[in-house]
Design a binder for this molecule. Sequence first.
Ligand SMILES: [Ca+2]
Ligand SMILES: [Ca+2]
Ligand SMILES: [Ca+2]
Ligand SMILES: [Ca+2]
Length: 388
Amino acid sequence: MWAGRFFEAGGREIVLDGGCGHGVALFDGQLTGELGLQDARVILTEDQEPAVSVCAIAPVGDTDGDALDDVLMTIRQPSTQYPLLLHTSPIEESLAPADATAVLTPEQPEHRRRALASGDFNGDGFDDVAIGDPSFHDEGTDTQWHADDQDGLVSIVNGPLSGEVDLTQADARITGRRCRNWNSDGDFNEHASTFGRSIAAGDLNGDGLDDLILGSYHGCEFFLSDDKWGLAEERPGGEAYVFFGPLDGTLAARDADLIFIAEGAKEGVPDSREVGWSVAHAGDVDGDGASDLLIGATGIRRDGFDFVLGGAYLLYGPLAPGGVDLADADATLLGEGLYQFATTGSSVAGAGDLDADGFDDLIIGAPGDGQGGSLAGAAFVVYGGPGF
Ligand SMILES: [Ca+2]
Ligand SMILES: [Ca+2]
Ligand SMILES: [Ca+2]
Ligand SMILES: [Ca+2]
């Protein structure tokens, strides 16, 4: 479910996303009482378009410069390909594929789960789109040492967009690397990095250009550096990355301007904290005028306890380029109670200034939290202030 401005200036609308196969509906924002699909302003369901199924939808900011939000959605076609459709505003009548402004074909279109975000990375006034594919994998040509393999992909395409867009021709392309550790038999264990599982955007360094925030909760770019082959622990701690705009050309995760690593990663033995399960531009939480950053980590444990609570790391800007050990985060916000696998931090967001005290506030999701009943889930609002 999302909110955005899709129809006209000044309004605010709500998008209901039923998940893959259940369609999507856009409602006006000023509605009350019990409503049905018949009350939606625009819908797309399989009744209307039996050949396609909507899988994911997100507002992607204003890619065409008319001050209204646009809609990007992943659809499944009968060929089990999952292209992305961009509908630019105003979205008056139809979300049907035939009415899309642009059709984006991913590099590996058979993958269904993609992370979407938008921001104006190049500062031309049109929002640009970032598309993460954590399942992307390309073995490269060095099949023995895997020095050139790519695992997880984020494609950035600059707005405005129209017609057929082939994401092999994206304006910028960032890849992660598969996590491997060699065993004593000369063989290796491996697992996907999940690079691009989470994406967010915002201006973190205050230069007026939006910056790209990425998460890779199984990432091991840092401690699997080339001089540490063979020493790597099997459980990577996860990583988060920030690339300052503008974004151009071919980049790797380790080209990031900022890399956030799990506690212990410097020593090659990170705790498996699932850093970067979610990421967010937090707004200005401490009120110093600089943007702050929130990184969800569903694998954080409470000191002295075995169970996994999850939580989030808060980092106050301005952030100088370089590597940041999350042991040095300005605040670690832990889940509450004693709930194994509370998965606190599976979603994080800047909430704006909810209590109107001049400090931006945070919201952190915990779908496994048990305080309201087994697996009832919870969301925590954390009010900003002059510092934790
Ligand atoms: Ca732009
Ligand atoms: Ca910036
Ligand atoms: Ca701040
Ligand atoms: Ca506040």
